[in-house]
Design a protein around this ligand. Structure first.
Ligand SMILES: Nc1nc2c(c(=O)[nH]1)N[C@H]1C(S)=C(S)[C@@H](COP(=O)(O)OP(=O)(O)OC[C@H]3O[C@@H](n4cnc5c(=O)[nH]c(N)nc54)[C@H](O)[C@@H]3O)O[C@H]1N2
Ligand SMILES: Nc1nc2c(c(=O)[nH]1)N[C@H]1C(S)=C(S)[C@@H](COP(=O)(O)OP(=O)(O)OC[C@H]3O[C@@H](n4cnc5c(=O)[nH]c(N)nc54)[C@H](O)[C@@H]3O)O[C@H]1N2
Ligand SMILES: [Mo]
Length: 761
């Protein structure tokens, strides 16, 4: 294909300031303001009447699964509706009246659109029909579905090797779509299946598989009713999993204690007013956190070691602190762990984690007395160089207390995307699973590839280096979600073809390959010819989801259909699989899942109602598949980031008004920020040291490996955050995260520990 002039695409969009207003962080989460804000969002996007109809069906047995987070629904959903402020915003975003249609693309070129903010791009609305951006062109044009499928098939056939294509998945796809996609990609001949998990809970998956023999959490929702202690580490549920606050509230009401470990005192974990109860709207609410340990960024390992060291000392005089019976029958490596704890220097651990000794003692007291402990965590633990060790240290604590495999206790990695866990379960992964390959071979009569595929980071590098030439995305917004935005944008633009199956316009459509296709798909809320799909929540329960609303455009296709038609166009009848049958009949897909994977017997029937749990060995304390048939204690190293005097450790987090790269609004209400996202939270002493005034404008600069990466234009906000730590929002700060800086073993970008300097502009 002839080489055309490169498009002039802005990677960051407009970085000028909006209209910042700052107030004190909020004293409580949810309550009346949450209802008010939620209604404002639906009203603005899609009109009140339609939305109330939509909301009443959310997370109900006959309705659709919330496209927000993966927190499970109670067996008896609230009659008021099972939703939260941010779930409502997710729906408002999907049911918007705005449209990205032919006129839109005629009016705006990709060059112009790329200068918009992510907020503006997202707000342009739902994509109405397939579009193509041809080599050298800067305007997307309509293309028929048929021609789109054929174009993809033809490009795929030009490759010398199947490993020159990359197939990304974001965690909103249903089990049916994901299974079919994985099947097609393997039949095509590669395991290049990076997914959003690589940037998310991969560290949890690796740590939990190695220690407990399953890469998923062990608790179920009802365990929160019985737990004596819940630790919430590196997670901001008030914003990202608001319905979890009800579970924490119930735990408190039953006498449980909550220990929070976080560099920030997040409002959602302080006081909660349950918006689904009258008392929650009118009353004072419930204080959730009993003990707050304000750890420094990435110093959780020292803190956990300190807690365990003090517990081990108590154990010497009182043999009942640890569950010795469980330890001796179920675990391996206890003595090695004790030796490691013995060798640690108390003062060193204290100064590293930055927590008061007395506060650590309060946590130790509570943990010593109780044995039904749940540890919840999210991105605050996974997105560090030592992300895997962070989680192994949590597992150590649970194993010491015998808090695995019994009621009211266990591991709770709180998942992000609503079906990210399900996608993995049905085969989306770059790793090779011999058992899955064998089952696929038996069922479909082809030889699945046995070579490990590329994960997110390595797929980007392969595209940058020209080793991968085609990028296909089932959902997501790859360029904004991944690290090192400028590098990733260049990598995508070097591709011959990029394809996005999407609901809404995003930056990845603009940092397009020479040819680019946008294939518009149905959202969760929309009718799919009466068909339902299935999803798996954060606790391993699989259930149905059925959209009810009229689709945003009559030209939209479902994800399973799009995948099946691409596969059919590529194989052109020369396949052992009849792809077109799957396009319209999801029962057939579920039949195949049932045959190929374990735990899905009688799949369709059992997924009705509140659904069914997949098998989980950790839940029943069965560690027979692990070395010696035992759960494994781990000896973890201390984190080794050393900051120079003028350096800071930056964590990149979500505001209250975003879902990953989708920006719902410009506020971060709980942290007291309104109208602006280009802010950086900083300790007052650090500001004084640098002579910075509130709202002074700075650049954040990373000098990793001799290369300068710069995020421009941030207003400094004095905030209660440990010294030498900073906090700012993603995706604006992803330009700072070096592509080759990722967690050991899980290869998750280090989005929560970016070393930066602060430069006054
Ligand atoms: N409304 C909404 N819901 C969402 C999402 C969203 O964007 N919006 N995203 C979804 C997805 S995909 C995911 S993965 C989850 C993410 O859910 P979270 O992990 O809660 O999201 P983050 O905003 O990244 O917050 C990380 C928290 O970890 C803390 N933290 C950062 N570094 C450290 C550290 O070193 N140690 C400790 N102990 N804490 C630290 C931060 O202060 C912050 O409170 O939410 C899901 N749900
Ligand atoms: N710096 C930094 N970077 C991060 C993180 C961080 O904490 N800090 N978090 C990381 C995490 S945890 C994650 S999970 C990733 C998220 O990475 P992604 O999953 O790639 O990103 P999203 O922003 O969730 O994707 C949003 C897009 O998905 C499309 N979409 C929405 N609904 C549907 C649907 O039903 N079907 C289809 N086909 N498309 C749909 C829309 O077009 C929308 O623009 O980002 C990661 N990046
Ligand atoms: Mo995530």
């Amino acid at each position: 294909m002839e080489k055309k002039k490169k498009r002039n695409i802005s990677v960051t969009g407009d970085i000028s300031f909006a209209n910042l207003k700052v107030s004190e962080p909020k004293a409580f989460a949810a309550g009346m303001p949450a209802i008010k804000v939620a209604l404002e969002h639906v009203n603005k996007e899609s009109g009140l009447f339609r939305s109330i109809k939509t909301l009443s069906q959310m997370n109900q047995k006959e309705g659709f699964d919330c496209p927000g987070c993966a927190w499970p629904d109670p067996v008896k959903p609230s009659k008021l509706g099972e939703y939260c402020e941010n779930g409502v915003k997710a729906i408002a975003e999907e049911t918007t009246f705005e449209r990205v249609n032919r006129d839109f693309f005629q009016k705006y070129s990709v060059e112009e659109l790329s200068t918009w903010t992510d907020y503006q791009i997202g707000k342009s609305g739902r994509i109405t029909e397939p579009f193509i951006l041809r080599p050298g062109s800067i305007h997307y044009e309509p293309i028929s579905w048929e021609n789109a499928y054929v174009t993809i098939a033809e490009y795929l056939k030009t490759l010398d090797n199947p490993d020159e294509a990359v197939f990304y998945t974001s965690g909103r796809s249903s089990n049916e779509a994901a299974f079919l996609y994985g099947l097609f990609v393997r039949a095509f001949g590669t395991n290049n299946m990076p997914d959003c998990s690589n940037m998310c809970h991969e560290s949890s998956g690796v740590a939990l598989s190695e220690t407990l023999g399953i890469g998923k959490g062990s608790v179920v929702l009802e365990d929160f009713d019985e737990a004596e202690v819940v630790m919430v580490i590196g997670q901001n549920p008030g914003t990202n999993h608001p319905r979890m606050l009800s579970a924490l509230q119930k735990c408190k009401q039953n006498g449980g204690k909550i220990i929070t470990v976080n560099p920030l005192s997040e409002s959602g974990l302080n006081r909660f007013k349950n918006p689904q109860k009258v008392s929650g709207i009118l009353g004072k609410g419930t204080i959730l956190t009993d003990i707050f340990l304000q750890v420094k960024v990435n110093q959780d390992v020292p803190l956990l070691k300190l807690i365990m060291k003090r517990l081990a000392e108590k154990q010497k005089s009182n043999q009942k602190i640890f569950d010795l019976d469980f330890i001796s029958t179920k675990t391996h490596g206890y003595q090695e762990l004790l030796v490691d704890l013995e060798q640690q220097d108390e003062l060193d651990l204290l100064s590293r984690c930055g927590v008061d000794s007395e506060e650590v003692d309060q946590a130790v007291e509570v943990l010593a007395k109780n044995s039904k402990i749940i540890i919840c965590w999210a991105m605050g633990l996974t997105q560090h160089k030592n992300g895997v060790d962070n989680i192994k240290e949590c597992v150590n604590l649970l194993l010491l207390k015998g808090s695995i495999g019994k009621k009211g206790a266990g591991t709770c990695p709180v998942r992000g995307h609503s079906n990210v866990q399900g996608d993995r379960s049905v085969g989306i992964m770059h790793h090779v699973s011999e058992s899955l390959n064998n089952a696929l071979k038996d069922e479909f009569d082809f030889e699945p590839p046995a070579k490990e595929g590329l994960d997110t980071v390595h797929a980007i590098q392969a595209m940058f280096e020209g080793k991968a030439k085609i990028f296909v995305a089932l959902g997501g917004n790859f360029v904004s979600a991944a690290s090192d935005t400028a590098y990733t944008a260049e990598a995508l633009q070097r591709c011959k073809l990029t394809v996005s199956v999407s609901t809404k316009l995003n930056r990845t459509h603009l940092t397009a390959g020479q040819t680019s296709l946008i294939l518009p798909t149905l959202g969760r809320t929309e009718q799919d010819q009466g068909r339902f799909v299935t999803v798996e929540n954060s606790m391993g329960k699989v259930h149905q989801s059925k959209g009810r609303l009229k689709p945003a455009s009559k030209h939209l296709k479902s994800e399973p259909e799009i995948v099946a038609r691409i596969a059919d166009a590529y194989f052109g009848g020369k396949s052992t699989i009849n792809w077109n049958k799957f396009a319209t009949n999801y029962e057939l897909i579920r039949d195949k899942i049932e045959k190929v994977l374990t735990g899905y017997q009688n799949y369709s029937n059992r997924s009705a109602g509140s659904g069914f749990y997949l098998p989980n060995n950790a839940r029943v304390a069965d560690f027979s598949k692990l070395p010696g048939g035992k759960a494994q204690f781990s000896v973890c190293k201390l984190p080794d980031i050393e900051l120079k005097a003028d350096e800071f450790l930056l964590m990149t987090v979500r505001s209250h008004d975003q879902f990953n790269t989708t920006i719902y609004g410009m506020d971060d209400r709980y942290r007291g920020i309104y109208g602006e996202r280009r802010v950086v939270f900083m300790n007052q002493r650090d500001m004084d040291g640098k002579g910075l005034q509130p709202q002074q404008v700075v650049d954040l600069v990373s000098n990793y490996d001799g290369k300068e990466r710069r995020a421009q234009n941030f207003k400094v906000i004095p905030y209660d955050i440990p010294s030498q730590n900073l906090c700012a929002y993603f995706p604006e700060t992803n330009v700072l995260v070096p592509i080759d800086l990722y967690a050991d073993k899980s290869q998750t970008p280090v989005s929560k520990s970016v070393v930066v300097r602060v430069e006054v502009v």
